[in-house]
Design a protein around this ligand. Structure first.
Ligand SMILES: Cc1ncc(CN)c(N)n1
Length: 231
C-alpha cells in the first residue's frame, strides 16, 4: 500500500467523524445556521492565508526548481481561487471590511495554523506535505460525498461544487503523488513524524468544524488582539 494510503487508513476514524459532523451534514442538507457558516468564512480566510504561506515555505524547501514552481503555484491557487471564493461568500453574507479588519482568530484556527508552521519550520518538504495534505484530501472527499446534495442555500451549493470539482481533485492528486515520492527517499523516523503531522492535521480538521459549529471563543474573553482576517 502506498504511504499516502497508509496515512489515509490510519486517520480513517478521524475523517469519519468529520463526515458525520453536524456542520458538514447540515451544510449538505441546507439546515446549517448561516451564523455558523459566516463565522467559518472569517476563520477560514485567516486559516487559508496562513496555509498559503506554508505552501510557499514548501516551495522554498523543495529540492528542485520544478517542485518549487509547483508549490508556489499551489500557494497562488489558494490565494486566487479559494480565498476569492471566500471573498465572494463574505460579500453575499454582508461581512464588512471593518469586521475583517477587527477579526479575532479562534483558539482552534490559531492552533491549527501554528501546527502547520511548526511542521514547516522543523521539517523538510515531506513534513510540510504531510501536514497540509488532509486539508486538500479531506475537503475533496467531503465535496465528493455531498456532490448529490441540493441544499437550498446557494452559498452551500457553491461550497460543495468548489471542493468536489475536477480542479480541486487534480491538486489533491498531485500532492498525494508528491508525498509518496518523498516517502520513498526518507528514513523510517521521518515517515513516523510525517504520519504524526497527518494525524494531528486530521484531528484539527475535525476541531475546525466543531469550532465553527459552536462559535468558539477564547476561555477568558476581552483580552484578544484583533488582526486582519486575511493577514
Ligand atoms: C480548515 C480548512 N481545511 C482545508 C481547507 C481546504 N483547502 C479549508 N478551506 N479549510
Amino acid at each position: 500500500m502506498s504511504f499516502a494510503k497508509q496515512l489515509r487508513q490510519a486517520a480513517d476514524s478521524i475523517w469519519e467523524a468529520s463526515f458525520q459532523h453536524p456542520f458538514v451534514t447540515e451544510l449538505g442538507n441546507g439546515t446549517l445556521d448561516l451564523k455558523c457558516f459566516r463565522y467559518y468564512v472569517l476563520q477560514d480566510s485567516y486559516y487559508l492565508s496562513h496555509f498559503a504561506r506554508v505552501q510557499a515555505l514548501g516551495a522554498a524547501k523543495a529540492a528542485d526548481l520544478q517542485t518549487t514552481d509547483r508549490m508556489a503555484h499551489h500557494a497562488q491557487n489558494t490565494y486566487q481561487a479559494e480565498l476569492s471564493l471566500h471573498e465572494n461568500f463574505a460579500k453575499k453574507l454582508g461581512i464588512t471590511e471593518e469586521e475583517k479588519a477587527s477579526f479575532i482568530p479562534a483558539p482552534t484556527a490559531y492552533a491549527y495554523t501554528s501546527h502547520m508552521y511548526r511542521a514547516a519550520y522543523e521539517g523538510h518538504l515531506g513534513d510540510i506535505i504531510a501536514a497540509i495534505l488532509p486539508c486538500y484530501w479531506l475537503y475533496y472527499e467531503i465535496g465528493e460525498r455531498l456532490k448529490d446534495c441540493k441544499p437550498e442555500e446557494p452559498i452551500y451549493q457553491e461550497w460543495i461544487a468548489a471542493y468536489g470539482s475536477e480542479w480541486f481533485r487534480s491538486l489533491v492528486e498531485e500532492q498525494i503523488v508528491r508525498l509518496d515520492a518523498i516517502a520513498e527517499l526518507v528514513t523510517e523516523a521521518d515517515r513516523k513524524r510525517m504520519e504524526q503531522h497527518f494525524i494531528i492535521s486530521s484531528q484539527y480538521e475535525y476541531a475546525f468544524w466543531e469550532m465553527a459549529y459552536r462559535l468558539e471563543t477564547w476561555p477568558v474573553e476581552g483580552k484578544e488582539i484583533a488582526v486582519h482576517a486575511n493577514e
